[in-house]
Design a protein around this ligand. Structure first.
Ligand code: PMP
Length: 325
């Protein structure tokens, strides 16, 4: 994997090599950090990089910091602006993944959240697909259970909680699956290791509610809106039993990294016909147009990185990218 070119670190932009922390850093020892995952999508027709729903991502990021008793003194809009500045500095002309991180930065011994300094970093790297079989993934049910809201809240994107996701993912991959679904302590289907889930049954989309120890995904919210408004598919939020998934017509997972990943087999049982279904196929198409700024109705989701101006002259038409702060 490529390393980032630059980093926003300790209040300024520096080359990535200078964005270093000591081994005693609180967050590194105790998992006391929260993070985000945002994507930027290159649109070749417009020669533009669009960051997808950055203000929504940063609102959730700040919610996570609140759960962890952090004070960054930032607004979602300001974090989006910092991200745009970083991407201009990086000068990427391709799809990217943006990783903001807020962390307890003191280099001390002692497990707690209070009276510690909070720092912010943001980096971006070129990024393509996350799930390689995104049109025909085979998933299993993990033997691990999802962390509970009263243990480590999944609603906050808390670094320490991702040890739970790592157990889920690695066991699934080592057993030959692409991904795993994880159950809550009560035995309902919660989500994947880093993605939300939807099943389609009898023309309706069903997804677990936010009280099922899921991360409140931005892609989940996007898929819910596109399903209802563009495909006319009603969306219901309710708890889901494991065997409902064996019997559903279509099944897909959503996430910033996973985008809309079609699942065609669960525990060696085909979902529906065993091929990607029509609603998932349509949704993937609309989603791809939405994230690249090709749908005027959803253009407010796409924050452009580069400012374009058109310089008209009698014989030539020059399109230039002008840095803008
Ligand atoms: N659940 C978990 C546990 C995740 O880590 C992610 C990825 N951020 C998601 C769901 C999907 O959320 P989003 O669509 O906001 O990326």
């Amino acid at each position: 994997m490529n390393l980032p070119r630059n980093a926003y670190f300790k209040g300024q932009f520096v080359p990535y090599e200078q964005a270093k922390v000591g081994v005693l850093t609180h967050a590194f020892n105790y998992g006391t950090a929260v993070f985000g995952g945002v994507r930027g999508y290159w649109n070749p027709e417009e020669e533009q990089l669009f960051v997808f729903r950055p203000v929504d991502h940063y609102q959730r990021f700040l919610n996570s910091t609140k759960i962890m008793a952090m004070e960054l003194g930032q607004t979602p809009e300001n974090l989006a602006r910092l991200t745009i500045e970083l991407l201009r500095l990086d000068n990427y002309h391709q799809d990217v993944y943006i990783r903001p991180l807020a962390y307890k930065s003191d280099e001390i011994i002692g497990v707690k959240l209070h009276d510690l300094k909070d720092e912010l970093s943001i980096v971006a790297i070129p990024f393509e697909r996350y799930v390689s079989n995104d049109t025909n993934a085979h998933v299993t049910f993990s033997s691990w259970r999802r962390v509970d809201d009263n243990a480590i809240p999944a609603r906050g994107k808390i670094s320490g909680a991702y040890a739970n996701s790592a157990f889920i993912k690695t066991d699934a991959i080592r057993a030959g699956f692409d991904e795993a679904l994880v159950l809550t302590q009560e035995g309902h289907v919660s989500e994947g290791s880093a993605m939300n889930i939807f099943m389609l049954r009898n023309g309706k989309a069903i997804t677990p509610p936010v009280t099922e120890n899921i991360l409140e995904g931005i892609t989940r919210r996007t898929a819910m809106q596109l399903l209802q408004e563009e495909l006319g598919v009603p969306v219901i939020e309710r708890p889901i039993d494991r065997t409902e998934i064996y019997l559903c017509d279509e099944f897909f997972m959503t996430g910033t990294a996973a985008q809309v990943t079609a699942v065609t087999k669960v525990d060696h049982r085909p979902i529906g016909s065993g091929n990607m279904g029509p609603i998932t196929t349509e949704l993937r198409k609309i989603f791809d147009d939405a994230i690249r700024g090709r749908l005027p109705k959803y253009r407010h989701w796409n924050m452009p990185v580069y400012q374009h101006i058109t310089l008209e002259s009698p014989s030539t038409k020059l399109s230039q990218k002008v840095p803008h702060s």
